[in-house]
Design a protein around this ligand. Sequence first.
Ligand code: MET
Ligand SMILES: [Zn+2]
Ligand SMILES: [Zn+2]
Length: 419
Amino acid sequence: KEEEENTPINRFQRYLRFKTAHPNPNYTPPITFLIEQAQSINLTSRTIEFVSGKPVLIITWVGSKPKLPSILLNSHLDSVPAESEKWIHHPFSAHYSDDDGKIYARGAQDDKCIGVQYLEAIRSLKSRGFVPIRTVHISYVPEEEIGGFDGMSKFAGSPEFMELNVGFAMDEGQANPGDEFRVFYADRTPWELVIRAEGVPGHGAKLYDNGAMENLMKSVELISKFRETQFDFVKAGKFANSEVISVNPVYLKAGTLSTNGFVMMNMQPSEAEVGYDLRLPPMADPDVMRKRIAEEWAPAIRNMTYTIKEKGMLRDHLGRLIMTPANDSNPWWSIFKQAVEATGEKLAKPEILASTTDARYIRALGIPLFGFSPMRNTPILLHDHNEFLKDTVFMKGIEVYESVISALSSYEGVSDQVI
Ligand code: MET
Ligand SMILES: [Zn+2]
Ligand SMILES: [Zn+2]
């Protein structure tokens, strides 16, 4: 038992058991745990609360040339909710069986694995006497799953972040069912699209034009057609999921309520509303999208209005697409790739991530960043039931990070210009 308590797997289980799932993440216990871990390997840590109750933790390993731009390894503390009754093991038990080696927990893949692997890799490098040239910072941020506004967005915009003098960063990626590790050089940008229709109400038995529901349904059909054309490119193998525009309905709201809370079934309502999760790849033209929404999906001539909440940006303040070059023009790419390959592993072709991470706030500052979660031969289970990671995959990830962190922190080159 005592032996078990000192293994990397056990430390991973302990981190997984903290309830940091929305809607009520409690960030204090995992931060206390991480600070203890940092102290056990003589790393310094500090916590900053940009928003009360939503702390950011920064753990630091000072390099021998601390004036060189640093390396930042980021992960988020929070996770999405889990419907425990639909799991085979409780999502916060971090159930681990020696038989199949699977560790079940919400956050096992997204993204508590990397949060622990960063520290375990450093623990191992330290035990071997490795000394970094560049300073390495590890950040743990809250609120990623709800957009990062009270987390990484505030952190990346702070003087404290500027002082870290970050030259290169890494953040979460995604699992691969195949043999290679995946790496991501950009994210898609999320838009929350809400479309509303208004019209005259009418008797449920009456056929008439320009009712709110009828007008909203017309738009829903048009949007479904657009969704289909995008999906067809994916199905035909022309583009990856992350290279097209996705638009998925997430709620519908309509109906006239009677006093007891039931919908009046004989009443065509005067208002109706639909909400979509829309994601744009970096190369998409947002103006074309806005025009399509204004003219086709929510035209004023059909008494429709809309709002778009852009939860990210496509370009940085200099008007450049927010992407990190994943080729030899970027020295960090070469160092990263070689470091992964030095462990006997292979990298898949660099990709755009279909979803969205806090990486966008760091890349927007002009800092090169790759998304990477070293999970291969692993089904993609983020936000799904029965999220798990195998012990062997977790342990291999530590070895890969040892190689990556030692290579990145040893780079003395001058190519530190913000790209
Ligand atoms: C909407 S901001 C990003 C939150 C989450 N990571 C997602 O991709 O949905
Ligand atoms: Zn994540
Ligand atoms: Zn997630």
